[in-house]
Design a protein around this ligand. Structure first.
Ligand code: ADP
Ligand code: MG
Length: 596
């Protein structure tokens, strides 16, 4: 895929540029298509089972006739046994094949959705609730199985059986068939009335399940704060409310499903009595004989099952359509193109040069500008510090370099080439990024370090551990590098988490190292050590730091003071203290205070 095809100009994830939703049935067909052979097999097996069900009564009638006439019955009996044997295999096998196919469809849908979610653009994630997105992968995809099995196959086999039965009935007496069909059409009218309500209720139910996931994720994700704030009960109420909404909506769906099913049931009874009345009159007038009327009435009952499966298919389709709509909604969130990461570099790569040229940026059209013409240059090698009040847009600078967002105007050049023209994997492979409050992922310490450099050699790992002052910690741990760190690294201290994040970035041997307040939680000893590390790294790579400690900033080869969306001044510490009042003030208060 071309490098630029992914990110579009900053727009909301549900923005107007999103492609229009395809109708649910078309999307479902897309999910079903790869499994069409299996669906065909499952459908055929269901049809065989149904056909044998239809044929058996005829065979019984034949058998009884032969018995009465004193003819041999063995051949008929053998045929019947064979038929029963066929259904004993085709019945369960059909159920298994369809179920299995349904699960394969669920699997494919889950994989597809997960691949998309992991590539979502950051702007889409800004607006999304992770818990809600998760529910689309876990709960909504499950409903696709019903669409594949009950709905599609139920509709096809139901329709075939109804047609077959109606054909036989038409041969027996076309007039009675017309009467039966008239009643059935009425039943379907009621069902059609109920189905949109089932659809709407299912949508609401699944939306509430998503809301419940989001509410639960919010509470469990901040359980310490929830406990410390005594907010368990209030969070509980939020989750319970969403669960209650899901219940209410599902009950509403069940009500309309029952009404639809009831209408079908009623129609069958009405059809039976109407056929009995009209058929009786026709027998009286000599149009048909009693035997035909009895056979016809039997077939009205034979219609029950396929009609029910047709109606079941319609209602399952409604539930499935609601799920498909939610899956599609998530799949329409803007994502980056899926591109394989570049192979690991064999040699240490040259440090990169960076330039911001009149960069303008805002997070959304209705939000104020963060950057209003930011311009600065960073030569290869050395350390550049970014300084400015909180909210000045320092973190945003790094996000733009990583292309988590696209600037509205201006350009960002890495090695003289606009980052927009870089392939995303190549661009990100060149950068080591320690984000502000960099998370440690659940798993082992080793998993965390290898996240961005899965093929790193053991000796590189050792070296980086030393550099990040983690070797002491690892030596203490009974499981060493294989120690599990808990969800978001809760088993580590804040400073340890920061050092893990720094080690993770260093292991990538980046050409450009971005450290966003990466030392804010370190104690004085570790901070001094890492200051050395950063200075050392700056000898071979280009280092950009957002630092809040004067001691780190003074080491920088250049300091960029950023405020009110523009660069206020660039220089060394000594130059800026003399020339820039904002820097002088920051240096005099915030930095000094921080270093104590
Ligand atoms: P700094 O790192 O200098 O403290 P940031 O770059 O994090 O500042 O933020 C700059 C401004 O952009 C702030 O006003 C902040 O509220 C806003 N902002 C940051 N991230 C987002 C976002 N994802 N969506 C909307 N506004 C944001
Ligand atoms: Mg910041």
């Amino acid at each position: 895929a071309p490098a630029r095809s992914g990110p579009a100009p900053a727009a909301g994830p549900s923005g107007d540029d999103a492609p229009r939703a395809a109708p649910a049935w078309r999307v479902m067909l897309r999910y079903l298509r790869p499994s069409w052979r299996w669906l065909l097999l499952g459908g055929a097996l269901s049809l065989v089972t149904g056909a044998v069900g239809l044929a058996l009564p005829l065979a019984v009638r034949h058998l009884v006739a032969r018995l009465a006439a004193g003819e041999p019955t063995t051949p008929v009996l053998l045929v019947m046994v064979a038929l029963v044997l066929v259904t004993l295999v085709s019945g369960p096998l059909g159920v298994y094949v369809l179920r299995r196919t349904g699960e394969s469809i669920v699997l494919a849908a889950r994989r597809r959705l997960v691949s998309h979610l992991l590539r979502l653009r950051i702007c889409a994630v800004d607006h999304a609730e992770p818990g809600d997105l998760m529910s689309r992968v876990t709960s909504d995809t499950t409903l696709l199985r019903q669409v594949a099995t009950e709905s599609l196959v139920g509709a096809v086999t139901g329709a075939v059986m109804v047609l077959a039965t109606c054909t036989v009935m038409g041969l027996l007496d076309p007039v009675l068939l017309a009467v039966t069909l008239a009643v059935l059409v009425l039943a379907f009218a009621v069902v059609r009335l109920a189905m949109p309500r089932v659809n709407r209720a299912s949508r609401e139910a699944q939306k509430s399940v998503g809301a419940m996931g989001a509410a639960l994720e919010r509470a469990l994700g901040a359980l310490r704060t929830v406990k410390a704030s005594g907010a368990e009960h209030r969070e509980e109420v939020l989750v319970h409310r969403a669960a209650g909404d899901a219940w209410r909506a599902s009950v509403r769906a069940a009500r309309w499903l029952a009404i639809g099913g009831g209408a079908a049931e009623t129609a069958m009874q009405v059809a039976f009595f109407t056929v009995l009345a009209v058929g009786g009159a026709r027998v009286a007038s000599g149009a048909i004989d009693v035997a035909t009327l009895i056979a016809f009435l039997m077939y009205v009952y034979y219609l029950v099952l396929p009609v029910q499966s047709l109606i079941g298919a319609l209602s399952q389709y409604q539930v499935g359509a609601a799920a498909v709509a939610r899956i599609q909604e998530a799949e329409r969130l803007p994502a980056e193109p899926p591109v394989a990461p570049p192979p690991p570099r064999a040699t240490v790569a040259a440090p990169a040069a960076l330039e911001f040229r009149d960069v303008h940026f805002r997070y959304a059209p209705h939000l104020p500008d963060v950057h209003r013409g930011v311009t600065f240059t960073v030569p290869p090698r050395g350390m550049t510090a970014f300084v400015g009040p909180s909210g000045a847009g320092k973190t945003t600078l790094f996000s733009l370099i990583e292309r988590f967002y696209e600037p509205a105007a201006g350009s960002i050049l890495l090695d003289g080439r606009d980052v927009a023209d870089w392939g995303l994997p190549e661009l990100r492979a060149a950068i080591g990024y320690v984000e502000q409050d960099a998370p440690v992922l659940s798993g082992s310490l080793r998993d965390n370090l290898l996240l961005g450099a899965p093929h790193a050699a053991e000796e590189d790992l050792r070296r980086v551990l030393e550099t990040a002052r983690l070797d002491g910690l690892v030596a203490q741990l009974p499981d060493g590098l294989d120690t599990l760190v808990g969800h978001r690294g809760t088993k580590l201290s804040g400073g340890e988490r920061q050092r893990v994040a720094i080690a993770r970035a260093l292991l990538r041997r980046p050409r450009l190292l971005l450290l966003d307040e990466a030392t804010s939680q370190l104690d004085a000893v570790n901070e001094a050590a890492l200051r050395e590390t950063v200075a050392e790294a700056a000898l071979t790579t280009t280092v950009l730091v957002v630092a809040h400690r004067l001691s780190t900033v003074t080491l920088a080869d250049q300091i960029v003071v950023i405020d009110a969306g523009v660069v206020q001044a660039v220089g060394t510490h000594t130059e800026l203290v003399a020339a820039d009042p904002l820097y002088a003030e920051l240096a005099a208060t915030q930095f000094l205070a921080a270093t104590g």
